[in-house]
Design a protein around this ligand. Structure first.
Ligand code: AP5
Length: 185
C-alpha cells in the first residue's frame, strides 16, 4: 500500500532532518513546502518575490498559493506510490484541500514533540551556523505562535492515527523512534 506520510511538528522539531532520513529509507519523495518556497526566493522567481517578506516575518504563505504548489508536485510521477510531506498541510484549510483529492489522502501522521526551550535553542544555533532569514529571536517567537494557532488544530483534524514521537535526543535515536512507530502503525 502507498504510504502517504505527514510529518508534523513545530519549527525546529526536526521535520526536515528526519524527513530526509525517512524518505530515503522508505524510497518515497520528501516534499517540503519550506524548501520549495526557499528555492523560489533564492532563484528570484515571481513566486519567490511574492513570499519572501511573508516568510522572513514568520507568517504563513497563503493557502491558495501553497496548495497550488503541492498539487503540482503531487501530480508528478514519483509521488504516485507514496510521499512524505514536511511542512504541509499546516492549516485546516490546507488539510481539507488535500483530503478533497482522495488519491492524495494522508495515511499516517507523525507528530514530533519537542519542548519550546529546546526548539528556540536549536533555531538560534542554526541562525549562527546558516543565517536563515527567519531564524532570529523575534521571528522564531512569531513562528511558534503561528504554529500554535494555525497548525496544532491539525492534531484533532487527524485525530485517528496521529503517532506522537518524542523528538528530543540524538538524531539517529529520534529516527529509530519514528521508524518503530511507523512499523507498529
Ligand atoms: P518550514 O521550512 O517548513 O520551516 P519550519 O516549520 O519553521 O521548520 P524548520 O525548518 O525551522 O524546522 P524543522 O522542524 O524542519 O527542523 P530541522 O530539521 O530543520 O517553513 C518556513 C516558512 O515557509 C514558514 O514559516 C512559512 O512562511 C512558509 N511555509 C512553509 N510551508 C508552508 C505552508 N504549508 N503554508 C504556508 N506557509 C508555509 O531542524 C532545525 C534545527 O535543529 C537544525 O539546525 C537541525 O540540525 C537541528 N536538529 C534537528 N534534529 C535535532 C535533534 N534531534 N537534536 C538537536 N538538534 C536537531
Amino acid at each position: 500500500m502507498a504510504r502517504r506520510i505527514l510529518l508534523l511538528g513545530p519549527p525546529g522539531a526536526g521535520k526536515g532532518t528526519q524527513a530526509a532520513l525517512i524518505a530515503s529509507t522508505l524510497h518515497v519523495p520528501h516534499i517540503s513546502t519550506g524548501d520549495m518556497l526557499r528555492a523560489a526566493v533564492a532563484a528570484g522567481t515571481d513566486l519567490g518575490k511574492q513570499v519572501e517578506s511573508v516568510m522572513a516575518a514568520g507568517e504563513l504563505v497563503s493557502d491558495s498559493l501553497v496548495v497550488a504548489i503541492v498539487d503540482e508536485r503531487l501530480s508528478q510521477e514519483d509521488a504516485r506510490c507514496g510521499y512524505l510531506l514536511d511542512g504541509f498541510p499546516r492549516t485546516v484549510a490546507q488539510a481539507e484541500a488535500l483530503n478533497d483529492s482522495v488519491i492524495n489522502a494522508i495515511s499516517t501522521v507523525v507528530l514530533l514533540e519537542v519542548d519550546t526551550d529546546e526548539l528556540v535553542q536549536r533555531l538560534l544555533k542554526r541562525a549562527e551556523e546558516e543565517g536563515r532569514a527567519d531564524d532570529n529571536r523575534e521571528t522564531i517567537g512569531r513562528r511558534l505562535e503561528v504554529y500554535e494557532a494555525e497548525t496544532t488544530p491539525l492534531v484533532d483534524f487527524y485525530e485517528v492515527g496521529v503517532l506522537h514521537v518524542d523528538g528530543v535526543g540524538p538524531v539517529n535515536e529520534v529516527f529509530l523512534r519514528i521508524m518503530l512507530a511507523l512499523a507498529n502503525s
